[in-house]
Design a protein around this ligand. Structure first.
Ligand code: FES
Ligand SMILES: [Fe+2]
Length: 423
């Protein structure tokens, strides 16, 4: 449970809000690179409550500009993209990827207006199949981080984005909640015999550790042979979850597949659910991943099988022996359904939390603490993600003997311990 004030602090992300300004200090993924081509169609994107337009110019440079033309406000997403700039449809003002105005064709020939005119623009980088941006103050721009999925061979990392129609924190909390895995994602109806270890042991032991980059948590279950089965998830600030691969006992093609979630706030009420799937040992089949997720989206990245059609929940399937508990097809769609139906911003003053919610509680504590510290002294040490070697911050699935602790196998390196252990 949270107080109304803390819930507001956690959830509000528009310009000028504490959490929104804190998030603006991190580089964040925005547009999938396949969506752009030189002189191609501009892409509209809302980020942290701001409407922006992304385009690739003739030379392949990527710009991210305020969507509204500084002349009289028409959408630059309607504009013509040619000869290294985006030209507004209304009176032809043209802007380059840095937002500099290059031409105002309806003004007198000797006009200086273009030279002095800029549209707001944000810096961009391309990595891991996405365009990334930094929306904070220019003088605070951190070095661009280097994540392991940036180094995959061609085809071994694929990025996706779709809209979650609820606040980012709610979407993220679903990913730090291992206890729902054997229930919501149960592969058989409730009354049929469970198949997988996580469906058999519904009471994983959860443990959280705060770290320098955010937190990590481990769900430990007892396997059939009495050994312990651990899934350790990393939760870097401010909106990532690094999900462990299926691990040593899974079929070979699933053993090392990794998933990174970024829950990037679109505005207070919706979130970009960005996923990077990667595996250095194999090609990621884009179509297969989309089918597996169960989420189907339109050209604007809104789900067409969302709440409007009640997630196409099939009640027959919930009862028939070859069905599934949720009646909803696809793991990601199941996750979207339970988080979105809490409301766009869940009223956390009304919850009743249990032991199984401890990682959710820890996540909120981490975010609120960071936001309060930021509001007090403007400091966010985690925002400098380039300081970390992300190859040592990985999510893992592993087995261990019952007399050991999971930390014996995955000790937190000393230099990644939080500077303020009182977290
Ligand atoms: S509104 Fe864009 S040029 Fe006039
Ligand atoms: Fe889930």
């Amino acid at each position: 449970m949270l107080s109304h004030e803390d819930n507001e602090l956690l959830c509000r992300v528009g310009p000028g809000t504490t959490m929104g300004e804190m998030m603006r200090r991190f580089w964040m993924p925005a547009v999938v690179i396949h969506e752009l081509e030189p002189d191609g169609k501009p892409v509209r994107i809302r980020l942290l409550g701001e409407d922006l337009v992304c385009f690739m110019d003739t030379e392949g440079k990527v710009g991210l500009l305020d969507e509204h033309c500084p002349h009289r406000g028409s959408s630059l997403a309607l504009g013509a993209n040619e000869e290294c700039g985006l030209r507004c449809l209304f009176h032809g003002w043209k802007f380059d990827v840095n937002g500099q105005c290059l031409d105002t064709p309806a003004e007198p020939e000797n006009s200086n207006l273009a030279k002095h005119m800029k549209v707001k623009s944000y810096p961009t980088r391309v990595a891991g199949g996405m365009v990334w941006t930094y929306m904070g103050p220019a003088e605070e721009e951190p070095e661009f981080p280097h994540f392991p999925w940036f180094d995959m061979p061609e085809g071994s990392c694929e990025a996706f984005r779709v809209i979650y129609e609820c606040n980012y924190s709610q979407a993220l909390e679903g990913a730090v909640d291992s206890s729902h895995a054997g229930i919501l994602h149960r592969s058989v109806p409730w009354t049929s015999e469970a198949r997988w270890p996580h469906e058999k042991d519904l009471r994983p032991k959860l443990e959280v550790e705060f770290t320098k980059y955010g937190m990590r948590y481990c769900a430990v279950r007892t396997a059939d042979d009495g050994s312990k089965h651990a899934r350790m998830t990393q939760v870097p600030m401010p909106f990532y979850t690094l999900i462990p691969p299926d691990g040593p006992k899974a079929p070979e093609f699933r053993r090392n597949r990794r998933l990174i979630n970024a829950f990037v706030p679109r505005d207070d009420y919706s979130t970009w659910h960005i996923q990077f799937f990667y595996d250095p040992g194999q090609t990621i089949d884009r179509q297969h991943r989309i089918e597996e997720s169960g989420v189907v989206w339109d050209d604007n990245f809104f789900k067409i099988n969302g709440a409007d059609v009640w997630y196409n929940q099939d009640r027959e399937k919930m009862k028939s022996a070859d069905g599934i508990f949720s009646g909803i097809t696809g793991v990601a769609l199941e996750d979207h359904a339970v988080s979105e139906t809490m409301g766009k911003i869940a009223d956390r003053t009304k919850e009743h939390l249990g032991r199984s919610d401890m990682a959710v509680v820890a996540f909120r504590r981490m975010m609120l603490k960071a936001a309060k510290r930021f509001a007090e002294n403007g400091e966010i040490p985690e925002a400098d993600q380039a300081q970390f070697d992300w190859n040592e911050i990985t999510a893992e699935t592993f087995f261990f003997e019952p007399e050991k602790k999971w930390q014996d196998l995955q000790p937190l390196p000393e230099h990644l311990e939080p500077s303020d252990k009182a977290a």
